[in-house]
Write a protein that binds this ligand. Structure first.
Ligand SMILES: Nc1ncnc2c1ncn2[C@@H]1O[C@H](COP(=O)(O)OP(=O)(O)OP(=O)(O)O)[C@@H](O)[C@H]1O
Ligand SMILES: [Mg+2]
Length: 196
């Protein structure tokens, strides 16, 4: 099964969500790998190397394979990832400009007639007026109930080759990722693998 984290918008949290989701699936005992298709920035490869990680695997075959792409609508990596993915996760940022910059990506996904798509609000600052505006914004695909907050744990984890849960399993960041994986599993995954 393939999950691609897709957006042509730069800096929206694709690599962060890709790493966090892969780590959480691995923690649940799933055989999981990440394919780093951002050949320019190589964020996932750097993260994997700094963390000297054995799981998730990098660029290998696995029961569950996640793909991280570079931020370009024209890049083959985005088009290929959309076509080949079973499940597509689209992070969106917490501002109007972030939303507008994601429209083209959503059009590509629609054109590919993908149905298992989940929009994930990332970098949300809870209790702000913008959070309320975003919560009311209509979207062409389902939006995850789980919002991913703007949290230091995600920044530190990404910078040190870890996941938020590996830094602090009790943190809000770790809890949000568990909740997001629960949603992905309950909405989309029925592959007979152990994804408790
Ligand atoms: N939920 C979050 N809370 C705090 N910081 C975050 C969060 N998500 C991502 N970031 C930070 O935002 C920056 C961009 O994140 P990331 O590299 O994951 O985005 P990206 O979409 O992969 O970027 P690019 O398009 O350049 O590949 C990084 O510094 C990352 O640590
Ligand atoms: Mg990236």
């Amino acid at each position: 099964m393939k999950i691609a984290v897709i957006s042509a918008k730069g800096g929206i949290g694709k690599s962060t969500l890709c790493a966090e989701l892969a780590c959480e699936f691995a923690r649940r005992g799933v055989d999981v790998s990440i394919h780093d298709h951002d050949h320019k920035q190589k964020t996932i490869s750097e993260w994997h190397s700094i963390g000297q990680r054995s799981t998730p695997k990098l660029g290998a075959e696995a029961v569950l394979e996640l793909t991280d792409i570079q931020p370009s609508l024209d890049a083959k990596s985005l088009q290929n990832a959309v076509v080949t993915a079973d499940i597509i996760i689209v992070p969106i940022g917490p501002s109007g400009p972030d939303l507008w910059a994601t429209r083209d990506t959503l059009e590509v996904i629609k054109a590919a007639k993908k149905t298992r798509v989940l929009i994930v609000r990332n970098k949300v600052v809870t209790g702000t007026r913008m959070q309320k505006v975003l919560a009311q914004t209509e979207a062409p695909f389902p939006v995850a109930k789980t919002e991913i907050g703007y949290r230091q744990d995600f920044i530190v984890a990404m910078s040190t080759g870890k996941s938020a849960a590996e830094i602090d399993a009790e943190s809000k960041a770790a809890s949000e990722i568990r909740s997001l994986v629960d949603e992905i599993v309950s909405n989309f995954i029925n592959v007979g693998v152990s994804v408790k």
